[in-house]
Design a protein around this ligand. Structure first.
Ligand code: PRP
Length: 185
């Protein structure tokens, strides 16, 4: 789905498909160099990171394995409750593995901070982070992001995995939603 298909809901495009593709290719090249011979496990946090994981895993030039985890740090609204719960756990044993967490966005940083600690606690050999987007102004917990994509302002963004109320995840670029959509007409 493209912006033109939902143009009545979108204020403006923030990161184009070409920019997403180019950033993912750039980071994939770096990761391929850094992890050669290490058989890394890419851990994607559902659901938002799925688009990034699919494109990124195809762009790397080394063999990788993939796994998924479903976490929740939010209540029903858009404000983080600060508590992380596991909805669905990994199927892989991470002991001794080199883990690269793949995230669509870092907001408060609470989800990632928790996950990095948890994977280290489970005995991973190393844990690094690739996040396509980051909202630095929203950070409450510092997280070391080795592979960082685009820094964006604190606006309500959707697309390329990011949703509002489960909508717009299949938009092929990242866009700012019109406030009327989430404030009610
Ligand atoms: C989003 C995003 C991260 C997290 C970041 O997921 O995908 O996992 O929030 O927020 P934080 O830095 O404040 O912890 P969300 O809980 O919205 O679930 P989703 O990926 O299924 O949309």
């Amino acid at each position: 789905m493209r912006i033109a298909d939902v143009k009545e809901d979108i204020d403006h495009e923030l990161v184009s498909k070409a920019q997403i593709d180019s950033k993912i290719r750039e980071i994939a090249a770096q990761v391929s160099e850094d992890y050669r011979g290490k058989n890394p496990l890419l851990v994607a946090v559902l659901k938002g990171a799925v688009n990034t994981l699919v494109e990124f895993s195809q762009a790397v030039s080394i063999p990788v394995q993939i796994d998924f985890m479903s976490l929740s740090s939010y209540g029903s609204g858009t404000v983080s409750s600060g508590q992380v719960t596991v909805r669905q756990d990994l199927s892989a044993d991470v002991r001794g593995r080199h883990i690269l967490i793949v995230e669509d966005i870092i907001d408060s940083g609470r989800t990632l901070a928790w996950l990095v600690d948890e994977l280290k606690r489970r005995g991973a050999a190393s844990v690094e982070v690739f996040a396509l987007l980051s909202k630095p102004s929203r950070r409450e917990v510092e997280v070391d992001v080795k592979y960082a994509g685009y820094e964006i302002p604190d606006e309500f963004v959707v697309g390329f995995g990011l949703d509002y109320d489960e909508r717009y995840r299949n938009l092929d670029s990242i866009a700012v939603l019109k406030p009327s959509v989430y404030q009610g007409e």
